[in-house]
Design a protein around this ligand. Structure first.
Ligand code: GLA
Length: 404
């Protein structure tokens, strides 16, 4: 287990943009011409089913990566310079770079490089830029800091070339960057959330048709609490790809072309053809697809108790059947479960890929402070690690903050 970096104190988007802009001036001796922002995301329910043709119910969060850019005075320069302020590291990148072409580049550079390459391959220009960026999305905390970096890069290229990409194409270029340049075979949820986020709305994303149905988050007396366990279990790194291939082989053995055509009866009927692991993975996928559409309906109808039950059921399935939780995430969810509705908790679950990262909890607004205190003291007492908690409304997706 490694503990991840603790949250930076919350800065508003405007404060973050001002700070990035000031640092940019000092670094390059030029005021930025373009400033863009792209958010991280949290998923309320529908985990590990975006790559299984399922439904997911994420939202963009009020935590952003901000990128500022200016055109270098030396116009012959073919490589752009990207600088991460928080990590104090830089990379010189060109749109024709191959994956892994510079092993000494900082870890974050592959996400930027992949998006530059995607732009280039789509026949669009990729101007040479001096870029600085920083972020309030916790790094490696399961809130899609990498998707935010990809989507910010794509938004910056749009601003600098005065083009507007089709939003789906933009999200897919970013997903491809993650596949080809970071080697992570992710689904479409993270990039779609960062591109399509809307103020006050969750999005029910049909990962088969890529259609989005808005699910307004109407309740003023309920808030969404994100708790970062601040741990990350690296395992052997291949767990995500392994889950994908277990799902694919279960699907094949059940004999259907998509999980959307499979009921729990089909899974049970195929029990003998499946290995124990495949059976458990299949049970999660089919159950989670149902839970997600039910949760979207329940939110729209204001049936919050039902939403809470579905969140707990989702967590149990991810922990027992899909096996992507960990002791720390289970502990946070169990602590919330103990506080229960008497303490204003509606539901709680792990969110994102798992093996560390965050939980998401629905809680009555009046009870949020007491819950944060209870979670913090008890989690710290049991693990020795301090969690970080923050609340977020569904936020606006990637956008341009300023152009000349
Ligand atoms: C990661 C991936 C997503 C999704 C989640 C699990 O965040 O990037 O595509 O699969 O895990 O729901």
């Amino acid at each position: 287990m490694t503990t991840t970096e603790n949250d930076t104190p919350t800065e508003s988007l405007t404060e973050l943009a001002d700070r990035v802009s000031e640092t940019h001036k000092k670094l390059y001796g030029q005021a930025p011409e373009f400033i863009v922002a792209a958010p991280g995301r949290v998923n309320l329910i529908g985990e590990h089913i975006d790559y299984n043709d399922g439904f997911v119910l994420p939202m963009a969060i009020e935590r952003y990566i901000v990128m500022a850019a200016s055109k270098p005075t030396d116009t012959d320069e073919a490589q752009s310079q990207y600088h991460s302020i928080s990590m104090d590291s830089s990379a010189r990148l060109a749109a024709t770079d191959q994956p892994g072409s510079d092993p000494s580049a900082p870890g974050w550079a592959c996400y930027v490089q992949g998006v530059l390459a995607g732009f280039h391959q789509s026949g669009r220009p990729t101007p040479t830029l001096n870029v600085s960026f920083d972020s309030t999305v916790p790094l490696g905390g399961g809130l899609s800091s990498s998707a935010a970096l990809e989507v910010a890069t794509a938004t910056l290229l749009e601003a600098a070339t005065s083009t507007t990409l089709d939003m789906r194409e933009k999200a897919l270029i970013c997903q491809k960057a993650e596949h080809d340049y970071a080697g992570v075979p992710c689904g479409i949820m993270d990039q779609f959330s960062s591109v399509f986020g809307k103020d006050g709305e969750l999005m029910l994303l049909d990962c088969r048709s890529q259609e989005i149905t808005a699910v307004p988050f109407r309740s003023d007396d309920i808030t969404l609490l994100i708790t970062n366990s601040n741990v990350k279990h690296e395992l052997n790194g291949g767990e995500y790809a392994e889950r994908r291939s277990q799902c694919d082989s279960a699907l094949q053995k059940i004999g259907k072309s998509t999980w959307r055509d499979i009921s729990m009866d089909d899974v049970n009927a195929a029990r003998d053809q499946l290995t124990d692991l495949e059976f458990k993975r299949a049970r999660h996928v089919v159950g989670e697809i149902q839970r997600t559409t039910q949760a979207a309906e329940a939110i729209s109808a204001g049936r919050w108790d039902e939403v809470g039950k579905l969140m707990y059921a989702s967590h149990d399935s991810l922990s027992d059947d899909f096996e992507v939780s960990c002791e720390e995430l289970d502990l946070l969810v169990n602590l919330a479960r103990e506080v229960n509705s008497e303490g204003g908790v509606i539901g709680s679950r792990m969110t994102g890929g798992g093996f560390g990262g965050c939980t998401v909890t629905l809680v009555k607004r009046d009870s949020a402070d007491a819950l944060i205190q209870a979670l913090t003291s008890r989690y710290k007492a049991e693990t020795g690690v301090e969690p970080s908690c923050f609340t977020s409304r569904p936020a606006l997706g990637a956008h341009i903050l300023s152009t000349p």
